[in-house]
Design a protein around this ligand. Structure first.
Ligand code: HEM
Length: 259
């Protein structure tokens, strides 16, 4: 990894009892839909996933209406032709480009990576033994992906003096090697969040907040069953502790009259 370590964010889903924040996932989806999805596909996620328990928790009818606003490729039909039709809940999110070549051509030679598992695919090393804790599968802090995504979105800055910026490059503090083909996708006030009953946005309309919300959404997309996994992990560890105590007690008992 080339850049400085992105700051740790306090995620609602971190830790043994962490849970996704439904309202945050909904805002994150809004950021994805309005901004990121113009370049990034999310091929492994279907509209209906948005209604699954533990996720953004949209209603079935909301999902149906949302899907219908997309045009999805289908076919071949009886006469062998491909055609487009309105989306249905079971369809995956349609990609913004027909293939990787087209995606790269539209983005200065680099295709924007698919988002289905990006929050788990982007990790980094803190260069010390914290990974031992980070990767404890059930209890550790393994939120490196969302930390990186939030950092990346907030990491654009002017290059250092005398830095030779290649054409189409953008300087980002947290991108390995610093030169990224993605232009800064977010700016303050760009996305209008829903209003609360006092007429205030439900969350700050800032790059920092958009970045947190979309990173949380991408974590959910990459690991929709995280909460189940953590709950299972907790029970497994509890079981192991009880089993250890039991084995110790039995061992004492069985060997008590030897030596
Ligand atoms: C790469 C996030 C919007 C174009 C990436 C990467 C992430 C990301 C995490 C991977 C970086 C890495 O490889 O470590 C986002 C988010 C967006 C967004 C969360 C919305 C808020 C956009 C938009 C465009 C775009 C609107 C097109 C105008 C690209 C390209 C790359 C990229 C071309 C590849 C960059 C390279 O490897 O040099 N983006 N992106 N992104 N993104 Fe985005």
């Amino acid at each position: 990894h080339g850049g400085p370590i992105p700051p740790r964010v306090h995620w609602s889903f971190a830790g043994m009892f962490g849970r996704f924040d439904t309202a945050q996932l909904q805002r994150g989806f809004q950021v994805y839909k309005e901004v990121c999805s113009n370049c990034h596909s999310m091929k492994l996620v279907s509209f209906r996933n948005l209604a699954q328990e533990g996720g953004p928790d949209f209603s079935a009818s909301q999902v149906k209406a949302l899907a219908a606003t997309y045009q999805v490729k289908d076919g071949p039909n009886d006469s062998g032709d491909m055609f487009e039709r309105p989306g249905r809940p079971a369809d995956a999110f349609p990609p913004p480009f027909p293939n990787d070549q087209a995606a790269a051509a539209a983005n200065g030679g680099k295709a924007p990576p698919d988002f289905s598992v990006i929050a788990k695919a982007r990790t980094f090393s803190r260069g010390n033994l914290t990974f031992l804790y980070d990767w404890l599968p059930f209890v550790g802090y393994s939120e490196q992906g969302p930390d990186y995504i939030h950092g990346l979105l907030n990491g654009y800055e002017d290059p250092p003096k005398d830095f030779q910026m290649p054409e189409g490059g953008h300087y980002n503090k947290y991108y390995p090697g610093h030169i990224i083909a993605m232009p800064p996708p977010l700016s303050d006030g760009q996305i209008t969040y829903a209003k609360d009953d006092k007429g205030q946005p439900v969350a700050p309309e800032t790059v920092d907040q958009y970045g947190k919300d979309v990173a949380a959404f991408l974590m959910w997309a990459a690991e929709p069953h995280m909460m189940d996994r953590k709950a299972l992990g907790f029970r497994v560890i509890l079981f192991l502790i009880i089993l250890s105590g039991l084995l110790y007690y039995v061992k004492k008992k069985v060997w008590s009259d030897v030596g």
